[in-house]
Design a binder for this molecule. Structure first.
Ligand SMILES: [Mg+2]
Length: 226
């Protein structure tokens, strides 16, 4: 797996991480909260804006054309598709590390791809929980999307290519916040589904919330009891 583009998103110090939250994490205090990235913390439906930014930096690139051929770089798995953005850049002769670095200097990285209420939720969680991004997909691309979201600066990122339920099974009592229905979660996981893109909410046997402000509100009443 190419990890060459990972890095910036893990910058520590300052930002959302107070020394208190480091201490809490080091001592294993506070509940563990795992939060999905795509469509939960990152507006994946706006991915074409990444290609528009690539076009801005590399004028020979046609953003619409590249958005349209992105599926050529999808790999289907039983858990969803995996997109290799950096392989697509490479196919265009673009160095991924350089592109990443340059893209992160653009307005694209100013938080516009976050959801409403995200900065507040993440900062609040970071003060009272051991919060981790748990994302399905290739690590270099997921790390890049995290880095596009200033609210997620310094939050640990875990990437999986299989079942989140299996991955969480040995993590003890924890929470998972994810836009995808999760039907195989072990009993140690408390699940909140989010639906943040205005789609009709399907009734589920678990809690479904339609804003990150609502997630914060719900957790404020329930997280300390977990
Ligand atoms: Mg998702």
């Amino acid at each position: 797996m190419s990890d060459a583009n990972e890095g910036g998103a893990r910058t520590l110090g300052g930002g959302a991480h107070s020394s208190d939250s480091f201490r809490r994490k080091a001592e294993g205090l506070g509940p563990s909260v795992y939060v999905d990235l795509d469509r939960t913390l990152f507006q994946t439906s706006r991915t074409e804006e990444i290609w528009q930014a690539v076009e801005q930096l590399y004028p020979a690139i046609d953003a619409n054309e590249q958005s349209a051929r992105a599926t050529e770089f999808h790999t289907d798995t039983p858990y969803g598709y995996c997109y290799d953005f950096f392989a697509q850049l490479k196919s265009l002769g673009i160095d991924g590390n350089e592109a990443r670095r340059r893209l992160l200097t653009l307005p694209l990285a100013d938080g516009r791809l976050q959801f409403d209420g995200e900065a507040e939720l993440v900062a609040w969680l970071n003060e009272r929980a051991d919060v981790t991004i748990l994302s399905f997909g290739k690590r270099d691309y997921q790390s890049f999307k995290q880095a596009l979201c200033p609210a997620l600066d310094g939050i640990p990122l875990e990437t999986v290519m299989g079942s989140k339920g299996e991955w969480l099974a040995d993590k003890g009592e924890c929470w998972l916040i994810d836009d995808k229905p999760q039907t195989d979660l072990p009993p140690n996981v408390r699940f909140i589904q989010v639906s943040l893109e205005g789609k009709e909410v399907v009734s589920q046997p678990w809690l479904v919330l339609t804003s990150l402000a609502d997630v914060k509100e719900y957790l404020s009443h329930n997280i300390d009891k977990s």
